[in-house]
Design a protein around this ligand. Structure first.
Ligand SMILES: Nc1nc2c([nH]c(=O)n2[C@H]2C[C@H](O)[C@@H](COP(=O)(O)OP(=O)(O)OP(=O)(O)O)O2)c(=O)[nH]1
Length: 126
């Protein structure tokens, strides 16, 4: 089973989410930062690497958030909570990033797997 890690970073303005720029089928849809765990890498290492690549920040990885969500036969999305340790997030690989409040959460067009996790993500917000 391969894993795509997602990262739930909650700040004073809400949950950090990003709008995908590519591929065309999912461009304009929203997700949390993350990506595929590479062979030989732990989930936590993948979260830290992806947050540096995508956002330019160092994070401390915390607890799992919600269930594993199947993406395809051999692939699941697994989200971890994380906190910012160093840097201000910048969308390096995405169209844009936003801090979403609890009220904002249902208003953006999430990728289908992330939609399954909305209750768990909502629970992280005041
Ligand atoms: N990063 C991320 N990917 C997600 C989320 N939800 C979701 O369905 N996905 C899917 C989209 C992609 O098919 C896959 C991860 O792709 P990616 O492009 O972010 O991963 P990656 O950086 O490792 O890129 P690649 O090597 O697979 O090209 O997981 C999410 O919240 N975050």
């Amino acid at each position: 089973m391969r894993v795509v890690v997602g990262t739930a970073i909650v700040g004073s303005h809400g949950l950090l989410a990003q709008e995908r720029a590519f591929p065309p089928e999912v461009a304009g849809m929203w997700e949390v930062p993350g990506g595929r765990v590479e062979p030989g890498e732990t989930d936590e290492e993948a979260v830290r690497r992806e947050c540096m690549e995508e956002l330019g920040v160092t994070v401390a990885v915390g607890e799992r958030v919600g269930p594993d969500v199947p993406l395809r036969d051999d692939l699941v999305l697994r989200v971890y909570r994380a906190s910012l340790v160093d840097g201000e997030p910048i969308a390096r690989e995405h169209r844009t990033l936003r801090w979403l409040t609890a009220a904002d959460l249902p208003t953006v067009e999430w990728l289908p797997a992330d939609r399954v996790l909305l209750p768990a993500l909502r629970a992280l917000l005041p």
